[in-house]
Design a protein around this ligand. Structure first.
Ligand code: CIR
Length: 255
């Protein structure tokens, strides 16, 4: 069970962040509305939500997932792979250090780079995607830290996807949502793979929060599949975050 989440308000400069999408500029008013609904939904799922103020200096800073990995044993502050995002770590570090009694706060150090979006946890094992943001050195540092705290880890080679969790997410009950890129990877054959089709790839980024699967609105094939499997589903409009390559997992740290 998760008890808490950390989120950060999107800043007015949100549309100046990094993106590979060609969906147009986000509408800031809608960004704020969608973010508020996201917070309300986390609260409905029983989480205490800590809201950090917006930071105009870092357009992508609402995507807090990339900046830390939080579990019951420790917090690991990352060294994000994109130059424009490196300065985001200070605010998250300061907040976590002041608000929480984590025994240990660890850090990924240069030349290692790592984005939290590349890190997927299943029980005691972490999967670490090697992407354009997470390098081998970052993965090695993380694996070593995790091993110290009793977790296993596995490296996942990636080809096209921005972050591992843009295309692969665990939703409990031995079920993984996967786009084409990961569905035949031998690493995941012990799981039941729910294939997310090409035209619905964005929806592979769902989160499971205390028994509820939160999914982006408008992806009916996946919704139908999950409904058949008796998942409790909450849909959220994510159109404006999608324009900046962000998904549901990216918007919070949940622990
Ligand atoms: C970026 O490119 O860094 C942001 N515009 C989107 C980050 C999304 N984060 C994630 O998938 N974990």
């Amino acid at each position: 069970m998760f008890k808490s989440a950390i989120v950060k308000k999107p800043c007015k400069n949100f549309s100046k962040g990094l993106t590979t999408s060609s969906l147009g500029l986000p509408d800031y008013q809608k960004v704020l509305e969608q973010h508020e609904n996201y917070i309300k939904t986390l609260r409905k799922c029983g989480l205490k939500v800590h809201i950090l103020e917006a930071d105009e200096e870092y357009p992508d800073s609402t995507f807090v997932e990339d900046i830390a990995i939080v579990n019951e044993k420790c917090v690991i502050i990352t060294n994000p792979g994109a130059q424009s995002r490196k300065g985001e770590v200070q605010a998250i570090f300061d907040f976590i250090k002041d608000e929480y009694n984590f025994e240990k706060i660890e850090r990924i150090e240069a030349p290692g780079t790592l984005d939290g979006g590349d890190i997927m946890r299943i029980d005691k094992c972490y999967y670490i995607g090697l992407s354009s943001r997470t390098n081998q050195e970052g993965a090695d540092q993380l694996a070593k830290i995790l091993a110290f705290y009793g977790f296993r880890s596995q490296v996942v080679k990636m080809k096209e996807t921005l972050h591992l969790k843009s295309g692969l997410n665990y939703i409990g009950n031995k079920c993984l949502l996967s786009i084409d890129e990961f569905k035949n990877d031998p690493l995941f054959q012990e799981y039941d793979i729910i294939h997310v089709e090409k035209d619905e790839e964005y929806a592979a980024n769902c989160i499971i929060v205390n028994g509820n699967v939160i999914m982006p609105k408008g992806y009916n094939k996946l919704k139908e599949n999950l409904t058949k499997l008796n998942y409790i589903i909450i849909e959220l409009e994510m159109s404006e975050f999608k324009k900046m390559d962000g998904g549901l997992s990216c918007l919070s740290l949940r622990f």
